[in-house]
Design a binder for this molecule. Sequence first.
Ligand SMILES: NC(=O)c1ccc[n+]([C@@H]2O[C@H](COP(=O)([O-])OP(=O)(O)OC[C@H]3O[C@@H](n4cnc5c(N)ncnc54)[C@H](OP(=O)(O)O)[C@@H]3O)[C@@H](O)[C@H]2O)c1
Length: 352
Amino acid sequence: MRIWVTGGTGFVGQQVMRAAGRLFPGDEVVATVRQLGSWPGWPGVEPLPLDLTDAVGLEREFAARPPAGLIHLAAAADPNWCEEHPVEARALNVELPRRLAMLCQRFGARLVFASTDLVFDGRHPPYAEAAEPRPVSRYAALKHEAERLVHEVLGDAATVCRLPLMYGDPSPAGRHTLAAVLAALAGGPPARLFIDEFRTPISTMAAAEGLALALHLALGRPWSPPWPPGERPAPPAGGCRPDRGEGPTAAPGPAPQRSAPALLHLGGPERVSRFDLGRRLAAWLGVPATGLVPVRQADLPMAAPRPPDVSLDSRLAFALGFRPGRLEEEWDRLPSFQRVRADVKKAGTAPG
Ligand SMILES: NC(=O)c1ccc[n+]([C@@H]2O[C@H](COP(=O)([O-])OP(=O)(O)OC[C@H]3O[C@@H](n4cnc5c(N)ncnc54)[C@H](OP(=O)(O)O)[C@@H]3O)[C@@H](O)[C@H]2O)c1
């Protein structure tokens, strides 16, 4: 089958590209790229140079090579940028997914659309798929509007995957959510990290696996986990585990279902504050956590309002075979994190 991935050079997309052979064995994988120059040349993936805001070009390419399934990742993914660029943000985060949904409908393709935990207001966590979204920022409101539009156009041919805060190997453009923390641990400028903002983070590697799982279900194909038996952790009992050993947060989850859900939460097994995430990274690297400064959300106003706790209850995804590990387990399998730790060990100093 032919699979399209948009945003293949992004922070999440590059991880889908790296793992494409494992995630979609035997499929033809096509990745849209805005500029061919930023394409690192992942084996087994065909780059398709395309500015996705070019509606005519998009339709032409879609008709020439219609996919059976599409993972839509390209977006304006920075909430602060979206707050300050309303027109461009709407074009990328609402008009583009709507146009893609209409093309999918016309050509009979299944759509997996990447949305965000930020569609919730953060006041009643953890959030399962049935929870009512109440976006507090422009980015989140646009993503929620797009969620509704793709479902309106495609019905059950669309799966919306809500992704949480992610960490992972840097994108070709150098995007890396923990870069400031690593720099602070290396003696650079201090990193101010919230003690009152909680998330259920996952690695981009786990995100790639979760998105692939959703697409396989949407295509009506069995999901064969791309890891050897026993390699990935057992599913957690609750939606997420609080970071202070307080046990599962909720009663046993939903019964496994094998068809494609309309909504799928791809959160991690642990609820952590940004500050605790930094402290655990320091411990994993074996360096002191000096340089990490605990702050409150109110201390650091940003363009986009920030919900306090958008922890996801991801028991439906766990029941379907999604297996994100704890932070340390995921860092253990990310090449760039392994390299930083090896450098620290070799030098006997903080990461450089
Ligand atoms: N990162 C997170 O923590 C997070 C959390 C929750 C949800 N999400 C969602 O996950 C998805 C992926 O996020 P990400 O962090 O990977 O974003 P990203 O790193 O900013 O990547 C965005 C991608 O979209 C592409 N793109 C943007 N405008 C384009 C255009 N006009 N034509 C073609 N391509 C275009 C970019 O191409 P270039 O490389 O050419 O710029 C890039 O490949 C998004 O839908 C985001 O909303 C992300």
